[in-house]
Design a protein around this ligand. Sequence first.
Ligand SMILES: [Zn+2]
Ligand SMILES: [Zn+2]
Length: 111
Amino acid sequence: MSGRGGEKGARPKPARITSPEAAERLVRDLKRDQSGEPDYRRRSLQLYGLVCAKCGREFDERTRHLLTVHHKDGNHLNNPADGSNWENLCVYCHDDEHSRSILADYLAGRR
Ligand SMILES: [Zn+2]
Ligand SMILES: [Zn+2]
């Protein structure tokens, strides 16, 4: 039946690490993928703590993925170091915040 592809070692070769820099970059990439947190997120959680700015719900290392960083001006690229554009919101309040502003825009006839 399966008369083709007799070779069993046809796996893709792992990327060869040719220099210490390449190894370092690889490790850094792996670490970033593991935490999955952008820089601003980590900084904002550090700055304001693991607490929702709206409902006051507190989080810890285990539940911190439920706490999100809201950008007050809606621009995720605007990340001033003093954190003035950030607000830590739990996923529920964050959702609420966004649906509210969409609704406000809608009611104001802006769309
Ligand atoms: Zn909340
Ligand atoms: Zn937001």
